[in-house]
Ligand binder design. Structure first.
Ligand code: FE2
Ligand code: FE2
Length: 243
C-alpha cells in the first residue's frame, strides 16, 4: 500500500488532465472574437453568485462542526468562508469595472442568484449529501484546486491590471482551500479502503467538473473529448454535455 502522502501526491497527478482541459476551455472562452461586454458581464454574474453560494455553503458547514472538532480545523474552515465572502466582493468589483455601472445585487439576484448547472456549488450540495468527511476532503482538494487553476488562467487572460490583481488573489486563496483538503486526505487515506474510495469519488467528480466547464466556459472540442476519454475512460453515467 502507498503511504497516505504518496497517495495524495499521485491523486494530484491524476487530476492534471482535467486541470489542463479546464485551462484550455478557459482560454477558448476569453479568445472568442465575438466576446461582447454583455456576454462577459453575464459570465461574471455567474462567477459572482457562485462565490456567494460558496460562502453560504461553507458557513453552514462551520455552523455544523461537531463540538470536538480541533480548533485549528474549525479556524481553517471559518477562514475559507471569510475568503469566499471576499471573492464575492472582488468579482462584484470586476463586474462594475467591466460594465462601468454600479452593480444592482437585488436585480442580478433575480436573474442569476439561483444555483444552476455550471455552478460549482451544485457539487458541494451533491457531495455533501453523502455526509462523509473523506468525500468532502476529496471535493475540497479537487474542486478548490481546479477553481484555483481556472482563476489563475483567467488572471493570465485578463486584459487589464485591475482585473488581473483580483483574479490572482482569488486563485491564491483557492489554492489555500485546496491545501485544507490535502491535509485532511493525508490524515484519512491511511488504509487501502480509504485510498480506493477517494480515487473512485475523485473520478466521479472529474465528470461533474467536465460538465461544469463545458457549460460555464466553453463546449468541448474533439481534442478535449479525447483527452478526457484517454485519461479517464468512459463516463460512469449519462452526461448533460457531449463527450
Ligand atoms: Fe472562492
Ligand atoms: Fe474556495
Amino acid at each position: 500500500m502507498k503511504s497516505a502522502k504518496q497517495f495524495v501526491k499521485d491523486l494530484r497527478e491524476d487530476f492534471q488532465t482535467l486541470f489542463d482541459i479546464s485551462e484550455k476551455q478557459c482560454r477558448m472562452y476569453f479568445s472568442q472574437p465575438d466576446l461582447t461586454k454583455e456576454k462577459m458581464a453575464d459570465f461574471f454574474k455567474v462567477r459572482m453568485f457562485n462565490e456567494r453560494w460558496n460562502m453560504v455553503e461553507i458557513s453552514k458547514k462551520v455552523s455544523e462542526l461537531p463540538v470536538d472538532t480541533p480548533a485549528d480545523e474549525a479556524k481553517l474552515l471559518a477562514k475559507q468562508a471569510f475568503d469566499e465572502a471576499e471573492h464575492f466582493r472582488l468579482v462584484c468589483e470586476v463586474l462594475e469595472h467591466i460594465t462601468g455601472e454600479p452593480v444592482d445585487l437585488n436585480q442580478f439576484n433575480e436573474t442569476h442568484g439561483q444555483p444552476r448547472p455550471g455552478y460549482g456549488v451544485m457539487l458541494i450540495k451533491k457531495y455533501e449529501a453523502h455526509n462523509d468527511p473523506l468525500i468532502l476532503a476529496v471535493y475540497q482538494f479537487l474542486v478548490e484546486g481546479q477553481g484555483s487553476h481556472v482563476w489563475a488562467t483567467m488572471a493570465d487572460c485578463a486584459f487589464d491590471d485591475f482585473i488581473k490583481r483580483r483574479y490572482a488573489k482569488i486563485a491564491k486563496d483557492e489554492k489555500f482551500h485546496m491545501s485544507i483538503g490535502r491535509m485532511q486526505l493525508e490524515k484519512m487515506c491511511e488504509t487501502p479502503e480509504a485510498q480506493e474510495k477517494a480515487l473512485r469519488v475523485a473520478r466521479e467528480i472529474y465528470w461533474d467538473l467536465y460538465e461544469c466547464h463545458s457549460i460555464a466556459l466553453f463546449p468541448p472540442t474533439e481534442e478535449i473529448k479525447s483527452m478526457m476519454r484517454n485519461a479517464y475512460g468512459e463516463p460512469p453515467r449519462q452526461l448533460c454535455v457531449e463527450i
